[in-house]
Design a binder for this molecule. Structure first.
Ligand code: GLN
Length: 514
């Protein structure tokens, strides 16, 4: 097993996980620790290199996050990024103070290409800056290796001691050659050999879980989404039938989805876990009867979900661990990302009821980004279809039906959505479009079919291009594809006689249609 690793010391920057991720993209394993971690612990981990992250403090202020000065004398290469660079300079005798000109955003930097850090980097390169303070003078022993028009020390090095400080953020993609710089650090300066891959992560995580759980009982709420599925499979590989997965089928899943999940996780599937499918469709439909307001529908579905899960959990009795498919973006946004400042609260984190009797939460995917979770899923041999499943809201089709939800309307939207997805996949458009689905409007209108008057529902097709799901544009789907989807839907889905395409972006719309 390849044990070489880079340590990222967290000073509370917003991009810390990105640093770790870029290092992992260089095929070198990487872990993040708080700046409060003591020197002995760090030394024992025997890292090939250490990266100090950015952070919100000013290093010259009382109480600012800092580190043991001995860190720079361990003989281990250290790279400071932004705050990390400032604290390195500050501790080693340089001067850091409020910058006369703050830099924010893309800035042109001139670099000294003879530095190992900037090997094969263009002399003039665009870097991402975000700082109020600056390094006025580098610490003794250091040589300046980059500057901007407003920043005399954009990077400095003490080559013999392998200490490097950079004011900008190589980890964000706006720094066009940032990955190259990090790769230079990892390979040229730390002499890593590479070779770490997702399989090693998966393997190690499974081992760690096995040790931790020992003979304990584990409970997992399975939604069939990517994150909870990957977490469940990982757990099942680690502890087998000590794991029980509860899958609540609220009747608002996509066509055949409940059965697909059962096929994979149920007794006929490849895993050894205990699988409980709760067919709670009727309960949900009863609760939703007559409810039209979307927020109210969301609340009802969410609450009922927890109630059903709780009832099942009670039947099982006390468990030792509860598994959650929390992934890194959930953690950062909730302000639980180590030392980072809170941005907003998130539903996935700490979201399960406290009335489930368990001792500890297990979150095996807590350090991964969505695409890394997918890679881990592939590594675990989870079917591609599940791994690349589109984001699907917890309240499911309940919020893709405008107005009251009924079993009959769910059938219509399921059928229409299955046709739409099938045709987009056939046309090869599924990979280019961020999210796409059919929704059922609450509108009925007159049509004619087989010479007979109809008075039926209209289906709305939605497809958006988005990277971050914060903003989105309607996808430009070719007319012939839309035409095919339309005629199949009106022909094959009973009680639908009209198909509309939603051209609205986000803003002003949302991605969902409720
Ligand atoms: N707080 C420091 C500054 O304003 C460092 C900022 C950072 O690390 N992005 O300069």
């Amino acid at each position: 097993m390849n044990r070489e690793k880079i340590l990222v010391i967290d000073f509370g920057g917003q991009y810390n996980q990105l640093v770790a991720r870029r290092v992992r993209e260089c095929n070198v394993y990487c872990e993040i620790y708080s700046y409060k971690t003591d020197l002995d612990t760090i030394r024992k981990m025997n890292p090939k290199g250490i990266i100090l992250t950015g952070g919100p403090n000013s290093c010259y202020e009382e109480g600012a996050a800092t580190c043991d000065p001995t860190l720079f004398k361990l003989g281990i290469p250290v790279l400071g990024l932004c705050y990390g660079a400032q604290i390195m300079m500050h501790i080693l005798g340089g001067q850091v103070c409020k910058a006369p000109v703050r830099e924010y955003g893309k800035i042109q930097v001139t670099v000294d290409r003879s530095s190992p850090l900037f090997q094969n980097v263009s002399e003039q390169t665009i870097c991402w800056m975000s700082h109020n303070d600056y390094i006025k003078t580098a610490a003794p022993g250091f040589q300046i290796i980059a500057h901007t028009s407003d920043c005399p020390v954009a990077a400095a090095q003490w080559e013999e001691r392998r200490l490097y400080a950079i004011q900008f953020h190589p980890e964000v993609l706006h720094t066009t050659e940032g990955t190259k710089m990090l790769s230079n650090f990892v390979y040229q300066i730390c002499n890593c050999s590479g070779g770490w891959k997702m399989d090693a992560f998966v393997e190690n995580t499974i081992k760690t879980i096995r040790k931790k759980v020992a003979s304990g009982k584990v409970l997992c709420a399975l939604s069939g989404g990517v994150d909870s599925s990957v977490a469940a499979v990982m757990l099942s590989k680690a502890v087998g039938d000590q794991l029980t997965c509860v899958f609540v089928d609220h009747g608002l899943l996509r066509k055949n989805e409940g059965d697909e999940i059962e096929e994979i996780f149920g007794p006929a599937g490849p895993y050894e876990l205990n699988f409980i499918r709760v067919n709670a469709q009727k309960r949900f439909f009863d609760k939703l009867k007559g409810v039209e307001e979307p927020e109210q529908k969301r609340k009802i579905i969410g609450e009922e979900f927890i109630r059903v899960f709780e009832e099942e959990a009670k039947k099982i009795g006390a468990v030792d661990f509860l598994v959650q498919g929390t992934i890194y973006p959930d953690v950062v946004e909730s302000g639980l990302g180590g030392e980072s400042a809170t941005i907003k609260s998130h539903h996935n984190v700490g979201g399960l009821p406290d009335y489930v009797d368990f001792k500890e939460i297990l979150e095996p995917l807590r350090d991964l980004f969505k695409d890394e979770v997918r890679r881990a899923g592939l590594e675990l041999d989870i079917p591609k279809k599940l791994v690349y499943r589109q984001p699907f809201p917890g309240p499911g089709l309940g919020i893709r039906i405008v107005g009251e939800v009924t079993a009959e309307k769910v059938r219509m939207v399921q059928e229409a959505d299955a046709i739409y997805r099938e045709e987009l996949e056939k046309a090869g458009l599924d990979k280019q479009i961020g999210q796409y689905f059919a929704a059922l409007t609450n509108m009925r209108s007159v049509g004619v079919m087989g010479d007979e008057r109809t008075y039926d529902y209209a289906v709305a097709l939605r497809a958006v291009c988005t990277v971050d799901f914060m903003t989105a544009e309607a996808a430009q789907i070719p007319w012939d594809v839309l035409g095919r989807v339309t005629s199949r839907i009106v022909n094959e889905v009973k009680n639908v006689n009209r198909v509309l395409y939603d051209c609205t972006g986000k803003p002003p719309g949302t991605i969902e249609f409720e």
